[in-house]
Structure formats: C-alpha cells, structure tokens
Design a protein. Structure first.
Lengths: 650, 504
C-alpha cells in the first residue's frame, strides 16, 4: 500500500461521505447534492487518480486501500454504518465513474437497508442502475456455490470455490489447448462482469491463488504459459485469462511465483515475466527486486544459491548463533557508563559539541552565517569551561578575521564573550594550568567585561585556582587597572576591598596610583583602610611613597591606620613624616592615640632617625599622665645610656 | 554499514559467533529497561525456587497429614521463597498457567512446566489459571492453598475462591483468566487499533513533512521544522502509549521513497532505544528531531551515486562523505536553540572507534545521540532492499551490529538495541520448524528466542485466510520441547508479502 494511494482513497471516501450527507440533508431540487457529487466525480477523473480504489467496510470504520480511516466525522461513520447494514463488505471504484453512477451509489448509501436487502442486495441495486465503475462485494449467509448463467460468481463465491474453479478451468484449457476453441473460462467469467466488479473478481482470484500451495500455483502459471505446446508448434495459445490475473498480483507475490517457476523450468524469472502482460509499474518493481538480488549475488559471491524452497541461503543466523546472542544479552553485567552518560546528558555537552562542530564546518563554509553561529555557540561553551573547544574557535576567528570582508562579523562573534555571568561561571571551572591559560585568553578577548569579571571573582576563588589564575592577572594588568579604577569609585565597600586585594596580587607598580586614589578619596573608611593596607603590602617603592604621602591627609582615623601600616611594614621613608606629625603642635598633638601609634610605628621602623626621635622624647619631661605613658613607651623602644637617662631633653 | 553499496574491500573481519558467545567482559548497564522482571540470575533462581517449593508442598501434603513435620517444613519453605522473591521488589507475584506452560510475572518457565507437570495439572483441575501471592504470605496461608489443591471435589474458580475466603486467607488470590490470554478485551483491542491507526497517520504525515524539508534543502534552504517537531511529538506520544504499534511502522519499506521512509524509521528506532535506556522525554524530542534530519546532507549527493550498483570510485566516495558536513552546514541555520541535530548530522559516520568520517573534533567520543542514530541508521539500511543489494535479514543484521561493537558501534547501546528488538525482531518473516511461514508479531522480552508470531502460510505455501497466533514460548509438557520453533528468518521480499505492517 502506498501512502499516496491510501491518502487519495481517504480523500475520495470523505468526498463520498460528504455527498451522501448532503443528499440526505437537502431536497433533491437543491443544487448542493449535485455539486457534492460533481466534486467527487471531478476528483476521480483527475489523471493522477486513474486507478481502482479498494475499500473495506466494517460496522464503525472503512478501510481505504488497506489504511483504516478513523471516522472522526459523522458522515464517514454514517457511510460505514449504511453499507454494513446492507451487508456490503467491500466496494471498488474504478476510473471512469460518471456523474450518474456516482449519484446512484450515493442513492444506495442513503437507501433503506431493508429495502435494498429484500430487493436483491446492493449489487443488484447498482446493477439495475447500470453502474459499471463501482462494484460491491456483499457478505452472504451462504456462499454462492451455484454457477450463474455467466459461470461462477467470482464476486461472491468463497475463495475455496474460486480456487477449485480456476484449477478445473485451467486443467480443461490445457486438455483442449490444441483445439481452436479451447475455452478460457477465466477470461470469459471476467469479461462478463461490469468494470469495477471485474477488478474485485480479479483480486478474489488472486486471493484464491494464494490459498493454493506453491506447487499448484507454479503449475497453473506454467499451464497458462503453455510453453510445452508452443515449443512443439502444436499450439501458440496462452491462457490469457489466467495470465491477466497473474499480471495483477502484487510485485512481491509475483516475484515469488516467478522465482519458483524459474526453479521448476530452469528459465530466468525475467524471461518468464516477459511472457506475461505486465504493467510498466509492475515491470519496474520486478526489475528492482530481481536486480537488487542479482547485485547481492554479484557482490557476495560466496553466498549460496537458492534452496529448494526458493529462498536464498543467505547468511541468516543458525540456531546456535541465535542462542549465543540471546545468552550474551541475558548475562548479568555490572553497571556501566552508559547509565552515567544518560543521566549526565545535559545541554552543556551539546553546547561544547555544537561549537566544535561549527568550528569544524567553518572550513567548508567560512561565511557570515557561520560566524554568527560561532557567536551564538560561544557563550554556553565558555560557561561550561569547554576550554579546548573555545580556544580552537577563537583561533578560527582569528583566521577568519584576516578576511577584511568578515571583520565585522568576527568582531561581533568575539563580542559574544562579553557576558559577565558567563565569564564568572567559566572562572569556576578552571582546573588546570592549561585551562587557566585559555581562560585568560577568553577574558582578554572579552575586554573590559573580562577584566571586571576577573577582578570581582579572583579573591573568591579557592586557593588553588588563585594560584592557577595568578599569571592571568599579570597578563591582563592594563585592563584590570582600568577596570579597577572605574569600579573602586562605584563599588560597594566589600567589593572595593576585594578589588584592592586583587590589585596587590597584580604586582604592578601602576596599581599604586589606583590604590592611592582610593585611599585618598573613597568615602568608605573600610575601603580607605584596605587601600592603606594594600599599599603597605605592595613591595614597590611607588606604593610606599603614596602611603607616606597619604599621612598628610586630614581624616584622623585613616591617618592613624596609615601610621599602623607603615609601622607594620617598617617603611623607613615614613619616619621623617611621622616625626613631624608627632611634633606637630596642632590638634594632632593633643591626640593621644595618634601619638601612641606614631611611637609604636617609629619603634617598629627602628631607623636612626626614628631612634633619635624616640630618644629625644624618651628624655623629655612629661607633666601629664598620658605624656608620661608615651614617654614610657618611647623609653621601652630605645636603649638609653646612663648619661642619657640622667639628662633631660631640651 | 549503512545504505552505501556493498564494498567488499571495506568489510571488516568480524568475530565469529563462537567468539561472540564467549565474550564476557563487556559490561552491561543494570538500568536497561528490561521488561522481563527476573532479569538477573539471582531473581530467576528465586522464582524457580518458588515453583519448586509450591510443588513440594503440594506433593507432601498429598502424602502426609498436614501436621507432619515434612509438610510443615515444606510450607515454611514455600512462605520463605515467596517472601524472598517479594523482597526483590514485587508487591505481589502472580503464577500463571497459559496453555499448559508456567509463567511467573510474564516470565516463562519451560523446564519447570515439565518437571512440575503435576502441579500444573492440579491447578488446572481446580479451574485455577493464576495464583497471586501478596506480601506477607505465611505458612498458614500456604497450608490452606495446598489443602485446597487436595480437595478433588472443588472444580471451579468460584469454589476455590470461597474456600480461601472461608479460611480467612487474604494474601493469596486465585483467578481463572490468565493475564497472558491473547484474547484481549474488546476495549483493549479497540484502543490498540486506535493507537495503531494514529501512529500510521503520523507516519504518513511525517513522510509529507520530510518531503517538504528535502525539497527546501535541495534549494539550500532550511524550512520550518515545526512540522517535524510535531511529528516527533506525535510519534513519541504513540510510542509511550503502545510501543509495538510504533515499532511496527519500521517494517514499512519503500524503494521509491527510500530516503524519507528510512529517516522516519531511524527516528522511530532511535526514540524507542532512547526510551529503553532511560533518556528523558525532553531529550527524546531532541533525539527524534536529530534522527529525522541527520542525513539531510544527502540531498546534494547525486542519485546515481546513491543508487549505483557497483563499487564507488574514490571521487564518488569523497562526494558521499561530504554529506555529513553538508548536512551540518545546513542544519546550523536552524532557528532553534537545540543544536543536537547539527551535531548528529556531523558525527553520525565517525564510528565508535573514531575511525570514520569526518575527523573527530578533539578526539572526543561521539555524542550519545550520534551513537544511537548511527546504530539505528545501520540497522534500517541493512534491512531494506536497495538497488545494489537485497535486504539483509533482521537477525543477521543484528548479528552484524553485535559483531561491530566497540568498532563501528557503541557496545552498550548495541546490546540495548538487540535486547529491545529481540533476536527475531517484530516484523521479521520466519520459517517455523513445520515449514510454515510466519511473521513475528511481538517480541517476548523474557525469551528473545521465542517471540509471538502470526502464521501466514502453511508448509506448502497456502496463505491462510486469517493468520493464526502462536506464542513460541509454549512448551509441550510431555516432551518439554517448544511447540514451535524458528528455523530461519527469510527475506520478506522473497515471501510474496508486500506489506508486513498489516499483520502487526
């Protein structure tokens, strides 16, 4: 059954149902029933539709060319019910249906079933209205065993009776073939039927043929071909009736029959087929079947030929092989990674592969479309850390970028990387040094966004990842500093502190200026403190210089923190400033805590200047308790000679 | 192997069946959706033990009084064996008798049917075709059952049920109709037919949609894939309702519309296999779409090359090999987020050992879906008649796949595929031991060698007006041998059968 034919048949059925429904609903005088019938006829008349259509009727459904048609419309269901009520089991519509015939069939569908049955049945009804191109096969309580005036009723006899008939008819023909008027009863029986019924009868003869054993079938064919008598010149007849039926067999059934006949006669199947009046369609189908078999034989010369059953002994499984495979399937095995692969099947796997595939095929189609596709695929692949794949894609972008015509698209593809959430997720996937290298390239390619992402995420990374990404920081100094400068102004204090920590790791003297700016102008004390610490921690002269300069700032707490830091890091260059600040007679002079910090810092610095200043203070006369505390602190920090202990400082 | 012309020079040296049978090292996923409940030897043995203890208890109770130690011991044993099997994950267990053969939870026990023939006869004598044991069966309950089987005057199922009810037994249920009865209820049959009809319609719609996509592809355009997504959705829905109805569609082979039919068949195989190995529904949709489109690149391969009967020249072969990349190039234009179709189009010929084409990117394994599609592609291609060769019989095709494991095909996926299809897949036309011709109607997952068949023609080739159903698991209890067995699979095209699907 071909899809086209069943689709066409279904369409015809629906038109028929519509025509029947219209005829039922509208009066005869209305134009609508005739229009509906005309539509049906026009459809059947199309050249592409010029073939018999077979329908099988069940109580609730009609099969159109073997394909069941769900009666989701009540008109179709109504047709099924109506015909079933008239005991119609099959109907055939052949090409050439006239308007009158179609109208008569519609009238049958709408007729009273009891009236039709008592009037002789649906077939009789159609016969009375001279319908030639539509035939019905009715179910009868008893098979028609009687030969009618025209011989056996092929449309209604049982298959067994038909099989008996064709065997007897063939035998009689064979016995009289030498005579001029050897009766071809099959041809006669078919010729006396109306067109559509002839089709039906042919199909029933074929069904009857198939119900015979293969040997008998082959004998019938050979008899019909009459090659024995033809070869002796006694007669040149063929049993055309039988051959016409055989010609209507399905190609595979026919191929089987020809193959068996070939085994029997020693002639090639195609040679036998050439003596049968086959349609072009059937010839093509047979040609396909036989030539593919021949090709198989040519290509696999070791395969055995036909066995006695007409089947090729072509490498099927023997019982032992089948048992072995079944046993292997049944063996219990431990779980394997297929289960894992299925459970881990995620979009992420496809993302990396998609990028890899697009990169690979970009060599075949290096065009704007491919570049757009790369740009679409990049983000997800980056997010999941498909570093090798992304690296190759970026390299490919570089190659494609050499074509000036594609420069814009290349840039656009690269810009797809500038997504901070994607890059943040990517940073979390870095596991190895090579990952870090590629991650660095990705972040660099992403420009400022990449720098910002790295800046913000670095300090939250676990230690091992920070170690891996350290070199990346260094390679992106310039971008990072620019990003830091922008962010330090606007970031919240916590973020700003993280940024400052990262800048220290950068180990770039240029960072000192950025940090100093934060120290001097950031509104958050927390940030200023962190900036001071950062400058102190940076092992570059510029940072310490900036820190020392910052000792002059007005904000007392910050200044005090700076003092602590210079002391912590023993920055000698700060000593003169510290001393000056200590000796300042302004408001600072009255700040006990500040002066204490200075002493501690000077003590920590322990340079000659610091020592000298501390000694000087240590010998000073102190009048207040706080000053005495400070003097004591200073004394502890220095080592006075006995003379120095006795002599008060000026 | 795919639908390419047979190239002797490219044939691998495959392992012999003996080597195949000896191979034990390849592991097997434990989660594979094995429909046979006793998928492990351990469970199988426990099921056998249940039958044995039931038979022993019945025998002992016939010989000794119920208070005899041997009887009480055997009843304890029966209760214990039931409990042991229930503990492996069954809230209830049903022992069925179907045409004289013992089944437990749809698992056939041919040997036990012979060894414990008396038990089978006793149950049938009392009108019992099914015994269901619920959780918590005690020795007392088992005692009532064996006592019942000793009551010769109880002949009907109603009386047996009353007997148990009067004794207060609630953990054992008896029934007359076996669940294995192939005479399904009319309602179930009608539902099955509806699903089958719908599946066929979806298949036909799919052909139309694929035709349209193909025509667009020839013009270098990728059409709207909504229609294809809808087809996949519909097939998936049908598959989940009635897998057999959909699998039967793969027997539809057309040499006129080979490419289109082939794509749909591969889609169906892939969906079925994906479902069997636990792929989620969402992922199945992606797999289905990929399976429809993976060979789209072939629209640019000249038909005379695809249909050539002899070996291809190297230039022709290079042309053919381009279709993977060409398909991927076309599919990258698909305006959908799912890139799996493009990936599968690119990878499906790379082979499991990555010795295929085009060259594997990053030396990474094929995507899981590429491996699934490659396998399904090979199987359907092998089992379809082409201009350059006849169809290969399904059992042989499966054997070829098994022998190609680890090389062309993923070993675990191949195993799952064979397990799903059966040694004799649905739609395979077989010759039985009596010479009759039959078509495999349903695979019995508990016994891959003995499917259910429909007998179409007798040994002399006479076609039956109505096919006869036969379950090849059934044994002759006097001989212990199956009533029927398969001698060989025959090529469909040689049997005179046009359309296998009509029988499924």
């Amino acid at each position: 059954m071909s899809t086209d034919k069943s689709a066409h048949a279904e369409g015809v059925l629906k038109l028929l149902a519509a025509a029947a429904g219209t005829a039922r609903l509208y009066p005869p005088a209305s134009a609508l029933p005739k229009e509906a019938v005309q539509k049906l006829v026009d459809n059947l008349a199309k050249p592409a539709n010029a073939r018999p259509l077979y329908f099988t009727v069940e109580p609730q459904r009609i099969y159109a060319e073997g394909a069941p048609v769900t009666p989701n419309s009540s008109p179709t269901l109504a047709v099924a019910e109506a015909l079933h009520a008239m005991q119609v089991e099959q109907f055939i519509i052949t090409p050439g249906v006239s308007f009158a015939e179609a109208e008569a069939f519609v009238a049958l569908i709408n007729a009273d079933p009891t009236h039709v049955r008592t009037g002789g049945g649906a077939r009789t009804y159609l016969g009375k209205t001279n319908v030639q191109h539509i035939a019905v096969h009715e179910i009868r309580l008893s098979d028609s065993k009687k030969a009618t005036l025209f011989g056996i009723d092929l449309a209604n006899a049982s298959l067994g009776d038909i099989a008996e008939f064709i065997c007897e008819a063939t035998a009689r023909w064979k016995s009289e073939v030498a005579a001029l008027d050897a009766p071809d009863e099959i041809a006669s029986a078919l010729a006396k039927m109306e067109g559509a019924t002839r089709e039906l009868a042919t199909q029933r003869i074929i069904s009857a043929l198939l119900s015979l054993d293969e040997k008998t079938r082959v004998n019938l064919l050979e008899t019909a071909l009459n090659n024995d008598t033809r070869s002796t010149g006694a007669s040149n007849k063929r049993m055309d009736g039988m051959l016409s039926v055989i010609a209507d067999m399905s190609p595979t059934s026919l191929a089987r029959l020809l193959t068996l006949a070939s085994l029997s006669s020693g002639r090639a199947p195609k040679d036998i087929a050439s003596e049968i009046p086959l349609s072009n369609e059937t010839l093509q189908a047979l040609d396909f079947l036989f030539s593919s078999e021949q090709a198989s034989r040519n290509n696999t010369p070791d395969e055995a030929g036909m066995n006695g059953n007409g089947n090729r002994d072509v490498g099927g499984l023997d019982t032992g092989q089948a048992v072995a495979i079944a046993a292997e399937i049944a063996e219990e095995r431990p779980a394997e990674d297929l289960e894992r692969q299925v459970s881990e099947l995620q979009a992420s796997d496809s993302a990396a592969r998609a990028l890899a595939t697009i990169t690979a095929i970009s060599h075949k189609s290096p065009d704007a479309e491919t570049l757009r596709a790369i740009g679409e695929a990049l983000p997800e692949a980056v997010r999941i850390g498909a570093f090798t794949t992304v690296h190759k894609a970026l390299r490919r972008l570089d190659e494609l970028g050499e074509n000036a015509a594609l420069a814009d698209e290349v840039d656009s593809a690269r810009s797809a990387l500038a997504l901070s959430d994607v890059l943040t997720d990517m940073c979390d996937t870095v596991k190895t040094a090579s990952d870090a290298v590629i991650a660095g390239k990705i972040l660099s390619t992403a420009g400022n966004i990449g720098a910002e992402t790295l800046l913000m995420s670095y300090t939250n990374m676990p230690r091992y990842r920070r170690l891996l990404m350290g070199p990346v920081l260094g390679s992106m100094s310039g971008l990072l500093l620019g990003a830091a400068r922008a962010h330090l102004q606007s970031a919240n204090p916590e973020e700003a502190v993280e940024i400052l920590h990262t800048l220290v790791v950068l180990n770039d003297r240029r960072a000192a200026g950025v940090i100093a700016q934060a120290l001097n102008s950031n509104p958050s004390e927390k940030v200023r403190f962190a900036a001071a610490t950062a400058l102190a921690d940076m092992p570059v002269a510029e940072a310490h210089q900036s820190l020392v300069r910052a000792l002059n700032q007005q904000e007392a707490e910050t200044r005090q923190h700076i003092v602590r830091e210079v002391g912590r890091k023993k920055i000698c260059a700060a000593a003169p400033v510290l001393i000056r600040l200590f000796n300042d007679t302004g408001a600072a002079a009255k700040n006990y805590g500040f002066r204490k910090e200075i002493i501690v810092a000077l003590a920590s610095i322990d340079s000659p200047d610091a020592q000298k200043a501390l000694k000087k203070f240590a010998k000073k006369i102190a009048f207040t308790k706080k000053n005495r505390d400070l003097r004591h602190l200073a004394q502890n920090a220095v080592t006075l000679t006995p003379d120095e202990e006795r002599m008060p400082s000026e | 192997m795919s639908d390419m012309p047979y190239r002797p020079e490219e044939t691998e040296v495959l392992a012999s069946p003996e080597e195949l049978a000896r191979e034990t090292t390849a592991p097997r996923p434990s989660f594979i959706a094995v429909q046979a409940p006793f998928a492990t030897p351990e469970k199988l043995n426990k099921a056998r033990e249940l039958v044995r203890t039931l038979a022993v208890a019945c025998t002992n109770s016939a010989l000794y009084p119920m208070t005899h130690p041997l009887v009480t011991e055997s009843l304890d044993g029966l209760a214990a064996s039931i409990a042991a099997l229930v503990a492996t994950g069954f809230p209830s267990l049903t022992v069925n008798i179907y045409k004289g053969t013992l089944f437990i939870e749809n698992q056939v026990f041919p040997e036990e049917s012979v060894v414990h023939r008396k038990l089978v006869e006793e149950l049938l004598d009392h009108g019992i075709s099914a015994v269901t044991f619920l959780e918590g069966v005690r020795a007392d309950d088992a005692a009532v059952l064996v006592e019942l089987l000793g009551q010769a005057q109880i002949k009907t199922i109603g009386d047996t049920q009353d007997y148990l009810a009067r004794a207060g037994v609630q953990t054992i249920k008896l029934a007359e109709t076996s669940t294995l009865d192939e005479r399904d209820s009319a309602e179930k049959t009608e539902r099955g037919r509806e699903t089958r009809i719908q599946a066929r319609r979806n298949y036909d719609y799919g052909l139309e949609a694929m035709r349209e996509i193909e025509q667009q592809a020839k013009l270098g355009r990728v059409g709207e894939v909504n229609a294809l997504q809808h087809i996949v959705e519909s097939l998936l829905e049908n598959l989940l309702q009635d897998p057999a109805a959909v699998m039967g569609l793969t027997t539809i082979k057309s040499h006129d519309d080979y490419t289109l039919n082939h794509s749909l068949n591969v889609c169906i195989f892939a969906l079925s296999l994906g479902s069997a190995i636990g792929v989620t529904e969402d992922e199945l949709r992606s797999l289905g779409l990929a399976a429809l489109l993976y060979d789209i690149g072939k629209v640019w391969v000249p038909e005379e090359i695809l249909s050539k009967q002899g070996p291809l020249t190297s230039e022709e072969w290079q042309t053919v090999k381009q279709h993977s990349e060409d398909g991927a190039v076309l599919l990258k234009r698909l305006n959908i987020a799912d890139k799996v179709p493009m990936i599968v189009a690119y990878e499906h010929h790379q082979r499991h050992d990555l010795l295929g084409y085009p060259e594997a990117v990053n030396d990474s394994k094929q995507h899981l879906f590429s491996r699934i599609v490659a396998l399904c592609d090979a199987y359907d291609a092998m089992t379809t008649t082409r201009p350059f060769r006849r169809e290969i019989r399904p059992d042989k095709a499966l054997s070829v796949l098994m022998q190609g494991r680890g090389m062309a095909y993923d070993p675990d996926i191949t195993r799952a595929f064979v397990e799903m299809l059966g040694i004799y897949p649905m739609g395979a036309v077989v010759m039985l031991d009596d010479g009759s011709t039959a078509v495999v109607f349903r695979v019995n997952s508990d016994d891959l060698l003995h499917p259910r068949v429909k007998i179409l023609a007798d040994p002399e080739g006479r076609w039956l007006e109505s096919p006869e159903m036969a379950d090849l698991r059934l044994v002759d209890v006097t001989t212990g041998k199956p009533l029927h067995s398969i001698i060989q699979v025959v090529q469909t095209s040689e049997t005179g059968i046009d359309d296998v699907w009509q029988y499924l």
